[in-house]
Structure formats: structure tokens, C-alpha cells
Design a protein. Structure first.
Length: 329
């Protein structure tokens, strides 16, 4: 009897324990476990002094944000994008490092789960510092002069001037220190705007600057005559006066090879010598029209008519008749 009561008591004590174990097992299978996050990026980046942008690859399987950009030594540094989902690329944008010291920035990436990655960006110092006073110089059609100030700690050159005949620089190279380069722009000779982009270079550093000049807004052209006095048959030379505030050009049609113009082009007021060859015909007068133009965007044109008389007929006199003296006897 006592044995049966002991077994019954053990069973009663064990039932709650079993139930409790079963309940714990059920909770473990239904409880959500936190997902593991992956967020990786290059931790130490070295940019050359001449670079203005740099790409940083991000490896991630989660959402991330750029939560801090610390760049007290750097000045302006743009980081884009400021957030992303999964793998991505950060683009760092800045000016060249023209100083003689390295500069450093610290970028912090943070995931939603609180995982962080810190990226140290270091831009190397410049071996050759270079600066100019302006990136753009603007002139009107009358031209003029300005000064380009070049600052450098080593030798420098200016490139891109080949073939530019309307711009003159007092020098295209120099050494360390501050140099004033005199810039002269010639007056515009037509109504077209013109420009050139030049580069100052020192070591790996380059500074680009542009020179702009507006064309003439009002071009004038007039000739002293629209028809020249008629040339004689044996040709000759006449002078035509050109009144113009721009560059002008004179053209003779190919069919009128008997007319020549000297000069055929000019700038501003001038004269054209019209040279006429002999007329080979004794019967026919001949004529032709040549043109004078000015302007490139809006072309002005004046026509000049040239006429020439036929050549004079040359009559050779006959010798006097000499009768045979024998017939007169």
C-alpha cells in the first residue's frame, strides 16, 4: 500500500515539470531570431592631389545611411548618395588639393540595426601648388587688356594658345611665386562671338580658364560706286573705296577672269584696285558684276558692275600703187 502511494506522488510531481519543458520547447521554435547584417567598405582611402572625384564600393545586405561626414581640414567635400539598400557606391567629390599638406575626412556608415563602418579618406598633398585669379575673362567687340595672376611653387606653362590670332599673352611660362600675365584681345572683325579655353599647368595640377569676346552688334558696309566707269578696250585700273567697320571680302565670278581685285580682303575702311585686261573682241562689249561682303552671322553684300568697250579695230593702211614703168611707155 505504501509503495503505490509513493509512485502516485512521483507522478504528480513530474507532470508539471514535463508540461513546463514542453512549453519552453514550443516558445523556442516560434520566437523570431534577429537577422545578421552585412555592411563593409574600404576603411582607408588615399586620393591623389589632382583627383576631384573618387568612388567607394559598399558591400551590404541591408539598408545603410551616411550618418556623419567629418572634414574639418578638407573644406567642401560632397558625398553621394547619402543612403542606400544593399550593395552600392559612394561618390566623393571635391576640389583638387593644392596645398602642401595632406587632408583627411571621416565618413560614417550606419545600418538600421546599428552596425557601423568608418571610412577614412585622405587626399595627398600637392607636389606643385597652382592658382589663378579668374576662371573666365569677358571682352566686348572692341577688345582690351586684362591681367591673369598665376601663383605657383614651381615652374608653370599655359597651353592651348596655338592658332589663336586674336589673343596675345605677355608670357606663357614662368617659375615659382606670383606672376602677372598681361592679356590683350584684339578688336572683333565680324559679328561672330569667339572664345578660347586655355590651361595653366604645374606638375600634376591644372587650372582651366576661358576668354570670351562678343562680336560686333552692328556691321556697316558701303562702296563709293555700284558701277564703275566703262573701261576702254585695252583695259586699265580703277579704284573703288570701301567704307566698313568690320572685315570685308571681294569676290569675282569665275566667268569674269578678265577682272582682278587687289586686295580681295581687308579690315575697316580701305580701297580696292579693279584691274581690267584687254578685250580681245573688236565687236562685243563685255560686262561682269563682282561682290563685296561683310559679316559672318548676318552677311551684308554690295554689287559692283564693270563694263568694258570692245577693242579698237586697227586698220593697216595700204601701200601707194606703183605702176609698172614699162607699161607707161
Amino acid at each position: 500500500m505504501k509503495t503505490k502511494q509513493l509512485l502516485f506522488s512521483i507522478l504528480c510531481v513530474g507532470l508539471p515539470l514535463t508540461a513546463g519543458l514542453t512549453a519552453c520547447s514550443s516558445d523556442e521554435t516560434t520566437e523570431a531570431k534577429p537577422a545578421m547584417e552585412l555592411l563593409m567598405a574600404d576603411k582607408d582611402i588615399a586620393m591623389p592631389a589632382s583627383e576631384t572625384s573618387w568612388a567607394v564600393k559598399i558591400t551590404a545586405d541591408c539598408h545603410w545611411d551616411v550618418t556623419a561626414v567629418e572634414n574639418p581640414e578638407w573644406g567642401e567635400l560632397t558625398v553621394s548618395p547619402r543612403s542606400g539598400e544593399g550593395n552600392g557606391t559612394l561618390v566623393l567629390t571635391s576640389e583638387k588639393n593644392r596645398s602642401s599638406l595632406d587632408r583627411t575626412a571621416l565618413i560614417t556608415l550606419t545600418s538600421k540595426g546599428g552596425l557601423q563602418q568608418r571610412i577614412v579618406v585622405r587626399q595627398l598633398r600637392s607636389d606643385a601648388a597652382l592658382s589663378i585669379n579668374k576662371q573666365a575673362f569677358t571682352f566686348n567687340d572692341e577688345g582690351g587688356t586684362e591681367s591673369l595672376i598665376v601663383g605657383s611653387n614651381s615652374n608653370w606653362t599655359i597651353e592651348g594658345l596655338d592658332g589663336v590670332d586674336w589673343l596675345e599673352l605677355s608670357q606663357t611660362n614662368g617659375g615659382s611665386g606670383t606672376t602677372e600675365v598681361s592679356m590683350r584681345v584684339k578688336p572683333a572683325y565680324d559679328d561672330m562671338n569667339r572664345s578660347v579655353e586655355l590651361t595653366a599647368a604645374s606638375g600634376n595640377n591644372k587650372e582651366t580658364f576661358a576668354i570670351y569676346q562678343s562680336g560686333k552688334t552692328n556691321i556697316t558696309l558701303s562702296l563709293s560706286a555700284s558701277e564703275l566707269p566703262k573701261f576702254a578696250g585695252d583695259g586699265g585700273t580703277q579704284t573703288l573705296t570701301v567704307t566698313c567697320n568690320a572685315q570685308w571680302h571681294a569676290y569675282v565670278p569665275a566667268s569674269a577672269s578678265w577682272i582682278r581685285l587687289e586686295p580681295a580682303t581687308g579690315i575697316g575702311n580701305g580701297e580696292i584696285r579693279v584691274i581690267c585686261d584687254d578685250n580681245p573682241s573688236i565687236r562685243d562689249e563685255r560686262q561682269a558684276t563682282f561682290i563685296v561682303t561683310a559679316g559672318a552671322k548676318t552677311v551684308l553684300q554690295s554689287n559692283v558692275l564693270v563694263k568694258q568697250e570692245p577693242a579698237e579695230e586697227v586698220i593697216i593702211p595700204e601701200e601707194p600703187h606703183n605702176p609698172d614703168p614699162h607699161l607707161s611707155r
